[in-house]
Design a protein around this ligand. Structure first.
Ligand SMILES: Nc1ncnc2c1ncn2[C@@H]1O[C@H](COP(=O)(O)OP(=O)(O)OP(=O)(O)O)[C@@H](O)[C@H]1O
Ligand SMILES: [Mg+2]
Length: 236
């Protein structure tokens, strides 16, 4: 059974269909890359999965159960977390404090169990030596690491990543990928990214969206070689 799925899901803003009749299935432990041109509806689809937005029509299913009307906090408890396109950190809190909040309130941990898990998350995300630093003083790569750390701190079974590699240099993307590969075991991932090199080796499957609709969905190499992708996404 799929860990997370959308059934014929749409979201309109006025007359614009940001997402239109999308069926998407995510199996436990699977990593899917979600690509498409600007405005394709990728971020909106992630927001529908997390409960940040309600669909105009269609359903969201988790473990086969209808969670369409479950609010954001309840979906975090059910095991969904997201790293946002624009990192949303508490800039005056330390790195450790930022990670603590989802460990306490998302994963429901307290005491030693919370401390140990926070240490582990900081280690996995490569932030252990900056744990006491103010989040607002971090550079872009470390802000992206922190965004990932905060998402994983709630112990999600499904991790949704929105352009966590955008704006980074190639060596920086390589180090963000290392973090994601450490977070990957026993976790399903949907990773929105424009950069093929980032997704390669992490995502075995690629979904392509354009103008709100799902155009392609298949194995990485097959989708990457397809003419539909070349013409819609690459604009050739
Ligand atoms: N809150 C909103 N109000 C009105 N229109 C919106 C809103 N959010 C998204 N849209 C519109 O929905 C469409 C899809 O936007 P979305 O942000 O999901 O695209 P995207 O694929 O994530 O693009 P990008 O690659 O630029 O991040 C766009 O036409 C956008 O202008
Ligand atoms: Mg987006």
């Amino acid at each position: 059974m799929a860990i997370l799925a959308t059934e014929n899901v749409s979201r309109q803003f006025g007359s614009v269909f940001a997402v239109e009749r999308v069926d998407l299935t995510l199996n436990a432990g699977e990593s899917v890359g979600l690509i498409g041109p600007n405005g394709a509806g990728k971020t909106t689809l992630l927001s529908l999965l997390t409960g940040d937005l309600r669909p105009s029509s269609g359903k969201i299913l988790m473990d086969g159960k209808d969670v369409t009307s479950l609010p954001l906090y309840a979906r975090v408890r059910a095991g969904i977390a997201r790293a946002a396109q624009i990192p949303k950190t508490f800039s005056r809190l330390s790195v450790r404090e930022n990670v603590s909040l989802p460990a306490f309130f998302g994963a429901g941990l307290a005491g030693d169990a919370a401390s140990e898990w926070i240490d582990e998350v900081l280690e996995m995300s490569g932030l252990s030596d900056r744990a006491g630093k103010q989040a607002g003083a971090l550079g872009l790569l470390d802000r992206k690491r922190l965004e990932l750390a905060k998402a994983v701190a709630s112990k999600p079974r499904v991790l949704l990543l929105d352009e966590v590699a955008a704006g980074l240099t190639e060596p920086e993307i390589a180090s963000i990928k290392e973090v994601i590969l450490r977070l990957q075991p026993n976790r399903a991932i949907v990773w929105v990214e424009h950069i093929p090199f980032a997704l390669q080796g992490v995502c075995s499957r690629i979904v392509v969206m354009d103008k709100g609709s799902k155009l392609l969905d298949g194995p990485f190499d097959e989708v990457w070689a397809s003419e539909t992708l070349q013409s819609t996404y690459m604009g050739t």
